[in-house]
Design a protein around this ligand. Structure first.
Ligand SMILES: Cc1cc2nc3c(=O)[nH]c(=O)nc-3n(C[C@H](O)[C@H](O)[C@H](O)COP(=O)(O)O)c2cc1C
Length: 183
């Protein structure tokens, strides 16, 4: 069993990215891993934007990153890149915070025109943070993500997440229980 931290960076209270992140987290837990879940929007905004490392909530969040063997990093596409709130969080991490860790990136978005933001925007920053392995990621289109309403709870359409599920399962299988590096 490995410990996985799922981090998602959306400013929205009702977050499609959060729904996908929860779906992935549930799947990783079902595969036997221990999953910790961190919504960046729950961190104190001023402390985050001022990079206040003395703030207890910021310190606790950095600690959760350090303790994780592996991470899922999720963001909505905003303006053809990942979100500013996720960047604010990545910016307070130590330079090589992801060294020795495997990372599975995922984006949600409204247009397939920005599918490649995963590889030209998010992947390079994860690599620069020292991630030992950044897995193949996935982009989930909004049309497959349904926030809770009168018809039921949050859900994702299997047709929109089938390949993502395969990637999550492969990621789960590859975690070796030591530092999350795929075998
Ligand atoms: C400010 C803003 C900018 C956005 N820019 C893009 C974009 O450039 N490309 C895209 O595909 N979707 C874009 N979207 C749509 C979001 O990526 C999409 O709705 C996403 O699922 C929202 O996730 P969230 O509910 O977790 O915030 C944008 C949405 C907002 C609010």
């Amino acid at each position: 069993m490995s410990s996985v931290l799922t981090v998602w960076g959306s400013p929205s209270a009702v977050s499609r990215t959060g729904i996908v992140a929860a779906h992935m987290s549930d799947r990783l837990e079902a595969a036997g891993h221990q999953v910790d879940r961190l919504a960046v929007r729950d961190l104190p905004a001023q402390a985050l934007l001022h990079a206040d490392f003395a703030d207890p909530a910021i310190r606790a969040a950095l600690d959760r990153v350090e303790k994780a063997d592996a991470l899922v990093v999720a963001s909505p596409v905003y303006k053809a890149a990942y979100s500013g709130i996720l960047k604010a969080f990545l910016d307070v991490l130590p330079q090589f915070a992801l060294r020795g860790k495997a990372v599975l990136p995922v984006l949600t978005g409204g247009t397939p025109a920005h599918v490649l933001a995963l590889d030209y925007a998010l992947r390079p920053v994860l690599t620069s943070l020292g991630a030992t392995h950044v897995s193949q990621g996935w982009f989930v289109h909004d049309q497959y993500i349904h926030p809770a309403d009168g018809d039921g709870p949050d859900r994702v359409d299997p047709q929109g997440t089938a390949f993502l599920d395969e990637l999550v399962d492969a990621f789960a299988d590859g975690l070796d229980g030591a530092r999350g590096i795929p075998a």
